[in-house]
Design a binder for this molecule. Structure first.
Ligand code: SF4
Length: 237
C-alpha cells in the first residue's frame, strides 16, 4: 500500500496519521453515539442482507418502506425462496425501488441458495457472502457489521467521500482500497462505528455538496477544511 504520496500524507507520518484517525473516530462516536449493540444492529443477518440488496442506489426511506412491506408479506427465507420472481419485482416497483427487476431476481435467487447450500443460514465470512447474487463487498461488510455485530467497515458513498476529505485515504483510490486504508489506520475494536458515524456525519454536516466545515467539530483535524483536498480530486465510487 502506497503511504507516501504528498497529497495523501500532508507530510504526516503513518503513525501521526493513525493517531489522527483514532481522534477522528472517537470524536465522531461522541457526535453520533450508539450506546448499545441494539442501536448498531439493523436486524438479523438475513433481513440485513435482503435490505442491503434493496438499498443499492436507493434512498433510506424507500429502502425502509420496501423492506417492511416485503417482510410483512414474506416473513421467512422459505417464503421468499418459494416466491415468484415477478411478484417480488412488482412489490419493489410499487414501492419505488430502482433496479427492481434485477433486485427482485437477486432476492429470490439468494434466498434459494441460502436454503439449498447453506442450510438456511447466512454465512458469516466476507468470502462466502460475496458469492451470493447481488452481494458485493460493501453489502457483505454491512451484513457482517449490522447483521452479525462483527468488526467490519462497509465503505459506502459517505465513508468513501469523508475518508478522502479527511485525508485517511488517497483521493483517487476505489472504495475497496479505502476500506484497506481505514482498516490499517483504525484499531479493529472501533471498526463497527466508522460506517454508522460517517453516514450520520455525511447526511448532517459533511454533505456531498457544500460541507458545513465552519460548524464541523472535526475541522482542526481535517485537511479539506485547510484547503489541502478538493472535491474535484476525489473519486466518488
Ligand atoms: S471539516 Fe468539512 S470536510 Fe472536514 S469532515 Fe468536517 S465537514 Fe467534512
Amino acid at each position: 500500500m502506497a503511504k507516501s504520496s504528498p497529497s495523501f500524507t500532508f507530510h504526516e507520518s503513518w503513525e501521526e496519521k493513525r493517531e489522527r484517525a483514532v481522534k477522528i473516530v472517537r470524536k465522531l462516536m461522541e457526535m453520533y453515539p450508539r450506546r448499545s449493540m441494539g442501536e448498531i444492529l439493523q436486524g438479523d443477518p438475513y433481513f440485513t442482507l435482503i435490505r442491503c440488496i434493496i438499498s443499492q442506489r436507493t434512498k433510506d426511506e424507500t429502502t425502509d418502506r420496501a423492506s417492511e412491506v416485503l417482510f410483512r408479506r414474506y416473513p421467512t427465507m422459505e417464503s421468499l425462496a418459494n416466491a415468484r420472481v415477478e411478484e417480488i419485482q412488482r412489490l419493489l416497483k410499487e414501492n419505488g425501488v430502482g433496479l427492481w427487476k434485477t433486485k427482485g431476481r437477486w432476492i429470490v435467487e439468494t434466498s434459494r441458495i441460502l436454503l439449498e447450500q447453506y442450510d438456511g443460514k447466512v454465512p458469516d465470512t466476507l468470502e462466502e457472502l460475496v458469492k451470493l447474487p447481488g452481494i458485493g463487498r460493501k453489502c457483505a461488510n454491512i451484513v457482517l457489521a449490522y447483521g452479525f455485530g462483527y468488526q467490519a467497515i462497509p465503505v459506502d458513498t459517505h465513508v468513501n467521500r469523508i475518508s478522502k476529505r479527511l485525508g485517511l485515504a488517497p483521493p483517487r483510490v476505489p472504495p475497496e482500497k479505502v476500506e484497506e486504508y481505514l482498516s490499517e489506520l483504525i484499531p479493529e475494536n472501533l471498526w463497527i462505528y466508522v460506517n454508522h458515524a460517517m453516514v450520520d456525519h455525511g447526511k448532517r454536516i459533511c454533505r456531498p455538496i457544500g460541507p458545513k466545515c465552519e460548524m464541523c467539530p472535526l475541522r482542526e483535524l481535517c485537511p479539506y477544511a485547510k484547503g489541502l483536498v478538493r472535491d474535484e480530486e476525489i473519486r466518488r465510487g
